[in-house]
Design a protein around this ligand. Structure first.
Ligand SMILES: NC(=O)c1ccc[n+]([C@@H]2O[C@H](COP(=O)([O-])OP(=O)(O)OC[C@H]3O[C@@H](n4cnc5c(N)ncnc54)[C@H](O)[C@@H]3O)[C@@H](O)[C@H]2O)c1
Ligand SMILES: O=C(O)C(=O)C[C@]1(C(=O)O)C=C[C@@H](O)C=C1
Length: 296
């Protein structure tokens, strides 16, 4: 990794904190300045050694930074980009961790204006259901895919620095277009989160919910783990990736209707065939992830 003298992290939570820890581990000489709307997050981040100093604003954090990393809920990213635009040094680079990309890129064009070439939109495909800096770990991105969605205007040196930093954090960088990114993650990340929230919401709304929860075990726990995630973060993702997510919800509803019909008709062989195909597809996916992890 090239020397990064100062890293500014705006949004010192799970992702911002983990990125700071990973880069500090890669280069102990990197100073991290943090800004968060929640002063307790900054206090904890200093106490944990995740950041070195706390700034009063995003604008102040960005002043003098070589790299500004934005890790706030996606509908807050535009305001932060506007705040940092005024204090960015000429060679400074801005990147983000937002789980949606097309809308972030659209807003960045307006917020950054002539500084747009210094922006590298990004998304680490690693996380967990716990939020906040206490959940941060420098290991979070080890072996994880990191998707960068550069724009035609993105400066090649800015892209290189973002790539180097993610690789130093242990990530494997992939490049996509923002719209392609949003379609992919609507299917394999945003839809499952919606389903988990909806299932728990449905069970919790019943008069006998306490009895139901009382008997719920491993299957329910595994399926709903991600309903423990930040509601603010997922509200923003659902609204920012609205079109792609609605498409996935409709596709899923269609497939659910097929399963429902087979159960209603009592068609065991067809039901078993669909389940066998799904099990096979999942096994192939898991084997593929193991192969790519062992090829590192
Ligand atoms: N959690 C995941 O699994 C995951 C994975 C990849 C990407 N992301 C993305 O990373 C970003 C951060 O997610 P996280 O899991 O770290 O959330 P988090 O809740 O752990 O941390 C977010 C932090 O941002 C702060 N914040 C919110 N709005 C702010 C503002 N306007 N100004 C300054 N600080 C502000 C919050 O106080 C909080 O400390 C989101 O865009 C999310 O979509 C999350
Ligand atoms: O493992 C989890 O808890 C996650 O939800 C991580 C996960 C996902 O895989 O869907 C969630 C959102 C991010 O944008 C990227 C990764």
């Amino acid at each position: 990794m090239r020397r990064l003298k100062t890293l500014a992290v705006v949004g010192v939570g799970l992702i911002g904190g983990s990125f700071a820890q990973a880069l500090k581990r890669a280069d102990a000489g990197t100073t991290v300045v943090g800004f968060d709307r929640d002063p307790r997050a900054l206090e904890r981040a200093i106490a944990l050694g995740v950041i070195d100093t706390a700034a009063e604003s995003a604008t102040e954090a960005a002043r003098g930074a070589d790299l500004v990393f934005i890790a706030v809920p996606v509908r807050q990213i535009g305001a932060i980009l506007r705040d940092v635009a005024s204090s960015l040094g000429p060679d400074a680079i801005v990147t983000d961790a937002g789980s949606t990309k097309a809308e972030v890129v659209r807003i960045a064009r307006d917020a950054l204006k002539d500084r747009l070439p210094r922006f590298v939109p990004g998304h680490p495909i690693a996380g967990r259901e716990s939020s906040g800096v206490d959940a941060a770990t420098p290991e979070l991105f080890r072996g994880a895919r990191i998707v960068l969605t550069p724009m035609p205007e993105t400066a090649p040196d800015a892209l290189d620095v973002a790539r180097d930093c993610w690789e130093a954090a242990g990530g494997r960088v992939a490049i996509t277009r923002p719209e392609e990114h949003d379609q992919i993650f609507a299917a394999v990340s945003h839809l499952p989160h919606l389903l988990a929230f909806a299932l728990v919401s449905e069970i919790a709304s019943r008069g006998n919910s306490q009895d139901l929860f009382g008997f719920a075990a491993g299957g329910f726990r595994d399926f709903t783990r991600i309903a423990g995630s930040s509601p603010e973060m997922w509200r923003d993702i659902a609204l920012q990736n609205r079109e792609a997510l609605l498409f996935e919800l409709d596709s899923y509803a269609g497939r659910l209707a097929v399963f429902r019909e087979l159960i209603e008709r009592g068609d065991g062989p067809a039901l078993e065939r669909l389940m066998r195909e799904a099990k096979g597809a999942r096994a192939a996916w898991i084997a593929g992830t193991r192969r790519s992890a062992s090829n590192e």
